[in-house]
Design a protein around this ligand. Structure first.
Ligand SMILES: Nc1ncnc2c1ncn2[C@@H]1O[C@H](COP(=O)(O)OP(=O)(O)O)[C@@H](O)[C@H]1O
Ligand SMILES: CC(=O)N[C@@H](CCC(=O)OP(=O)(O)O)C(=O)O
Length: 290
């Protein structure tokens, strides 16, 4: 890591940042950290340091993590291919066990360790802890079977609030307690981040991904949409601009804003310190929904 560059960037941000620190001081910011944005170790280090810095200046930071690629790797090791239905992992019982092991056991604890090593105070929570996420089996109008994929019916943010009040950075895995079955359920991390942001009354939701944001043409970065009113989204959906993995992300941002989160961002986790740049500078990155 180029520590000199990092130090200069941090110093510059801190000089410009005062009004932004005041804006977010004591406020909750939920960051969804997706598996694809975790792959590069240097970028991961930058994300971790951004989270610690925000916590130090008094922002209540909550991390909701994914880990889709790690789950797929582990399934491959036991000879199982991953299958996705409408962007969601088809989750049979054996897959559910692997999802829980990888998300709650591996990815969550690795992130907590990194936060601690960077001088922060991280604490890992599974969505089942303290009944944080309660879910029933997901069903949709078409009757599609997703296996043990859950539909969150209730969020209890109390365990997260308790940890925030004690100064910790809560790191949340997206496994939910089942209300209608003996099993836990697998929840898409974007969806879980949105529900938690709403329940916490967060000021901002940031979805870190591996594209620059929402683009009119996904092949052309110059067509990035910087700001979008949620009322403009239905037309973009109808016109087919928003496709594939972007659909659940945009839906999450729209739901979060409609339910009281001041702004939601889809932004590039490949841009070093993109969280700090978005929150604490005039520049901003990605697509902001308001
Ligand atoms: N209008 C669009 N702008 C940007 N990306 C888009 C758009 N429509 C579809 N996409 C696709 O959505 C993908 C992001 O979703 P996904 O791969 O599920 O992200 P993650 O793994 O971070 O959850 C992009 O890689 C891109 O291929
Ligand atoms: C139901 C469902 O699809 N769950 C996801 C949970 C992890 C996730 O969302 O991870 P990313 O954000 O890294 O994609 C999965 O099993 O892959």
């Amino acid at each position: 890591m180029d520590t000199q560059l990092d130090a200069e960037l941090r110093a510059k941000i801190l000089v410009e940042a005062l009004p932004f620190i005041q804006k977010y001081y004591g406020q909750t910011v939920v960051v969804k950290y997706g598996g694809n944005a975790m792959i590069n170790e240097e970028l991961k280090d930058a994300v971790i340091h951004d989270l610690v810095l925000l916590n130090l200046v008094g922002v209540k930071v909550v991390v909701v993590h994914g880990g889709g690629p790690e789950i797929s790797d582990m399934l491959k090791k036991i000879g199982k291919e991953s299958r996705f239905v409408n962007g969601l992992r088809y989750t049979d019982r054996e897959t559910m066990d692997i999802v829980q092991m990888v998300l709650c056991g591996k990815v969550n604890k690795d992130l907590v360790t990194l936060l601690e090593k960077a001088g922060g105070r991280g604490v890992g929570l599974g969505g089942m802890d303290g009944g944080m996420f309660q879910a029933k089996r997901l069903t949709d109008r078409t009757g599609t079977d997703y296996g043990y994929v859950g539909d969150i019916v209730e969020v209890n943010p109390a365990p997260v609030i308790d940890m925030l009040e004690k100064g910790y950075i809560p790191v949340v895995s997206t496994v939910a307690q089942g209300i209608d079955d003996e099993t836990n359920y697998n929840i898409n991390a974007d969806t879980a981040a949105c529900k938690l942001a709403v329940a916490l009354g967060a000021k901002k939701l940031i979805l870190l991904t591996d594209v620059r944001g929402l683009m009119l043409d996904p092949e052309d970065e110059s067509t990035l949409l910087r700001f979008l009113k949620v009322s403009e989204v239905p037309k973009l959906m109808r016109d087919g601009v928003i496709k594939g993995g972007m659909i659940p992300k945009v839906d999450c941002c729209v739901e979060a804003v409609r339910k009281g989160v001041e702004a939601a961002n889809i932004q590039d986790g490949r841009v070093k310190h993109s969280i700090l740049i978005e929150l604490l500078s005039k520049v901003g990155v990605g697509t902001m929904f308001q």
